[in-house]
Design a protein around this ligand. Sequence first.
Ligand SMILES: C[S@@+](CC[C@H](N)C(=O)[O-])C[C@H]1O[C@@H](n2cnc3c(N)ncnc32)[C@H](O)[C@@H]1O
Length: 189
Amino acid sequence: MFLDTLLHRTFGRPNGLLGRLGGKLMSRSKGEFAAWVIADLDLEPDDRVLEVGFGPGVGAERLAEAVPDGFVAGIDASPEMVEQARKRNAAAIGDGRVELRYGFADDVPSEDCVFDAAMTMNSMQVWPDAVAGLRELRRVVKPDGTVAVAFTHHSGQSKDELPKLLADAGFDEVRTGDRGDDFCAFAKV
Ligand SMILES: C[S@@+](CC[C@H](N)C(=O)[O-])C[C@H]1O[C@@H](n2cnc3c(N)ncnc32)[C@H](O)[C@@H]1O
């Protein structure tokens, strides 16, 4: 129980000193993983993409590289992570190409059908209501857009559970990809 709380404060929903440390640790190892997920999103240079649960902002940084003429929006439920991710992406934020805000997966502050794609990495397993969050991603992505839901092996998320969660959220076309122990579901809107 104590260990669960500690892990949650460090990585799940980073909070305080431990959370800041967790953000630093996550930022060291997630670049390649994010690049692998993004490569399969087939983004166009001017696409608009959402990331939910961006943590220290490595994924958002990679997304901004993938859409140099587009826009990356992100929300995360940890003020500590918003601060770290904004620092990491300061130049692109200054150029108006990236916007990172405090917010929750089940209440995305966007209108319907405004993004070409959405991505979430190692985050859904700690959302209070995964299906509500996935429904929100489906709502804000345009028809025919893709939602990528990715996990590393130590996230605690069951791969077998993913298709049902995505189906319950309204997705009917889902494929999965694997990279060693990492996995990602790509769901079409
Ligand atoms: C394990 S970290 C992963 C960070 C990053 N995506 C990565 O792979 O390195 C989980 C992140 O999801 C965020 N998060 C947790 N619950 C959330 C929610 N309900 N809505 C949005 N973000 C959430 C946390 O604040 C944290 O930054």
